[in-house]
Write a protein that binds this ligand. Structure first.
Ligand SMILES: [Ca+2]
Ligand SMILES: [Ca+2]
Length: 253
């Protein structure tokens, strides 16, 4: 009985070859099973490695998440600490101001001082030269909280005293906010034309010039000089600029 078997290595076409072919087939089947087992082993190894990496990744994510949470808690703690320090600073600042006021009242009542601490006496007046910068309106209001007002300059002597104490531009209590070109002091008194110290340049251009190049509303508040120049004279400037300022108050008698 003839039979035909074929594979890549042998062709069986006779009865005598059938047994031999069967052996080949058995060996071939065994080889295939071994190959399959090997492939399964490799697959299992690959899967195991993948599982190890996946587990490692999960662990890493968990650690990062824990650190992130801890970091957020730390930032939150720092915010709270900053808020606490700000509150403590404000409280100390208020205590300091109150202590100064008490000291000033004591000095006045005992005749120990004519001016409050940090104020300078001259010609029966007290002057305060700020270290901080504010816009004109804030400066005006701050002088009031200190018990005075932005300086009103009524004489050449007063002008010379004030300007001798400044080296950079300072706000003074002069503005034309209500009516352009009508300059008044913070006590609503107009400028005395015989006692004015506006900057006058050699080319004929002078202050106040209500400069509108950088702001259409022009310049409605007066200060000493411009930046660090011409601080012996007055100049109009944009009220929103932040400058140091000079306050004035009556001296104790
Ligand atoms: Ca003006
Ligand atoms: Ca000007």
């Amino acid at each position: 009985m003839d039979a035909i078997y074929s594979n890549s290595e042998i062709v069986c076409s006779t009865t005598a070859s059938i047994n031999k072919c069967s052996r080949y087939k058995g060996q071939e089947t065994l080889k295939k099973e071994v190959t399959v087992h090997k492939q399964i082993k490799v697959l299992l190894i690959v899967l195991s490695v993948c599982l190890v990496f996946a587990f490692g990744g999960v662990c890493t994510l968990a650690i990062l998440l824990t650190h992130a949470t801890h970091f957020n808690v730390s930032v939150s703690d720092q915010d709270n600490n900053a808020t606490d320090y700000k509150a403590q600073f404000d409280a100390l600042h208020n205590q300091h101001e109150e202590t100064l006021r008490k000291l000033n009242r004591l000095n006045y009542s005992t005749g120990c001082a004519l001016c409050a601490v940090h104020w300078v006496h001259s010609g029966g007046k007290c002057y305060y030269f700020s270290k901080v910068k504010m816009n004109w309106t804030q400066s005006r209001d701050h002088c009031v909280t200190l018990g005075g007002h932005l300086v009103i300059i009524n004489s050449k002597t007063e002008q010379d005293f004030v300007t001798s104490n400044v080296k950079v531009s300072h706000w003074i209590g002069l503005n034309d906010l209500d009516t352009e070109g009508h300059w008044v002091w913070v006590n609503n008194q107009p400028v005395n034309d015989s006692v004015e110290f506006w900057i006058k340049r050699e080319n004929g251009i002078r202050e106040p010039d209500n400069w509108t190049k950088h702001h259409p509303d022009g310049e409605d508040c007066a200060g000493l000089g411009r930046s660090i120049r011409d601080t012996d004279f007055w100049s109009d400037a944009y009220c929103f600029l932040e400058k140091r300022f000079v306050c004035e108050a009556p001296a104790a008698v």
